[in-house]
Design a protein around this ligand. Structure first.
Ligand code: SF4
Length: 375
């Protein structure tokens, strides 16, 4: 992906590239119709009015590709997989043509010293203008020896690359907040990018995995407005993390109606009722999963019948577990910003709502629908 073979191989050098994104897309066989569809989807992803779509078209028609380097540290490569599997219409192709990806371990053709030389060249010659993407957490314990690449620790590389970037996009929960590698007892001292490199300008795009549309939309926002998107107190773009899962969940009418799944596979489960009692963390979790969805927008965990695990929240593995118990006392909200405090408030409100439902159910007789049962 980073170094596609073909007539424009020379042009994929981000330092020399001169064509606009639309010219390159045309050369790659992406039709104008697909391009327009992509721009409309990006307008929706950024929560912009539909009227912005033509502006995105114009911006991408004129823009020169920014250089991007993708670093991978303590991760499962799920975020790279999420990007490579994105399509409809050929999102990955469009993203990869919008960006000049000069270094990405999983997908680059170069290897060994040549690959590292590519990265060194970007850091040296494009200081302050390139975009860094980091996937995976960074171990701090024992001088960071638990993750080394080409003889250098992830911490050392991150300080150099992220410290010199225009901005760093931390993709996935591991890069954002440490993720599963940082779960107790956190044997490697894993942290997210911002904790490892406080001086870097970091936008967090948490989730297990990242939703590739949110990465694309962040880049498009930068190309469109020449600045990074507004973020919440946890460094997450508000366009993608400004609302709780619960706010847009398709099962929400059942929550409001007091119709809950009581056991996996019961009638309420089959009818798509609310998963709150099965441990859904949607009321505490900020992400646009219900609207952006995954797998070509076909589904997302709650639609597939599984409660939200809260994976886009910091330290979710420690704070949201056990995953199948409802509303644990979540540590960490005390340091969060306003939007997130609303989530905590909602969680408390949710518990209160359950209390009310419980009272109502005591008076409800003759309703034998499993989905209508309450505490
Ligand atoms: S508790 Fe979960 S399943 Fe129920 S409405 Fe909220 S987000 Fe959806």
């Amino acid at each position: 992906m980073a170094r596609k073979q073909g007539s424009d191989t020379e042009a994929t050098n981000g330092l020399e590239f001169q064509d606009s994104v639309s010219t390159l897309l045309e050369r790659r066989g992406v039709t104008r119709r697909e391009f327009m569809k992509f721009c409309t989807a990006m307008s929706a992803a950024l929560a912009l009015p539909p009227a912005f779509a033509p502006r995105i078209v114009r911006a991408l028609d004129e823009v020169k590709r920014p250089t991007l380097v993708w670093l991978e540290f303590q991760s499962c490569t799920g975020d790279t997989e999420a990007l490579l599997r994105a399509s409809n219409p050929t999102v990955a192709e469009i993203v990869l043509d919008i960006l000049s990806i000069d270094y990405a371990e999983t997908i680059m053709a170069a290897a060994g010293h040549l690959a590292e030389a590519n990265l060194d060249k970007v850091v040296r010659e494009e200081k302050g203008t390139y975009i860094a993407v980091v996937e995976g957490s960074i171990p701090m314990k024992d001088d960071g020896i638990y993750c080394c690449i080409a003889g250098r620790t992830a911490l050392d590389r991150a300080r150099e690359v992220c410290g010199g970037a225009f901005a760093t996009l931390a993709v996935g929960t591991c890069a954002s907040y440490g993720g599963i590698p940082a779960a107790a007892p956190n044997p490697t001292g894993a942290v997210g990018v911002k904790a490892a490199v406080p001086s870097a300008t970091v936008v967090n795009l948490p989730g297990c995995p990242l939703n590739a549309d949110n990465l694309t939309a962040t880049v498009v926002h930068f190309l469109l407005f020449k600045k990074l998107p507004a973020t919440d107190g946890l460094g997450r773009p508000l366009f993608a993390y400004g609302k709780r899962i619960h706010d847009n969940c398709e099962r929400r009418p059942h929550f409001d109606a007091g119709q809950y799944v009581e056991a996996w596979g019961d009638q309420a489960h089959r009818h798509g009722h609310c998963l709150y009692k099965m441990g859904c963390k949607g009321p505490e979790t900020f992400h646009n999963c219900p609207t952006q969805r995954y797998n070509d927008k076909t589904s997302w965990p709650v639609a597939a019948g599984h409660g939200c695990a809260g994976c886009s929240q910091p330290m979710f593995w420690d704070s949201m577990t056990p995953l199948y118990k409802r509303l644990p006392n979540v540590p960490g909200f005390g340091i969060e910003a306003t939007a997130d405090k609303i989530g905590l408030g909602l969680a408390v409100g949710t518990a209160a709502a359950f209390g009310v439902h419980g009272v109502l159910s005591a008076f409800r007789r003759g309703d034998d629908s499993e989905g209508a049962k309450e505490d």
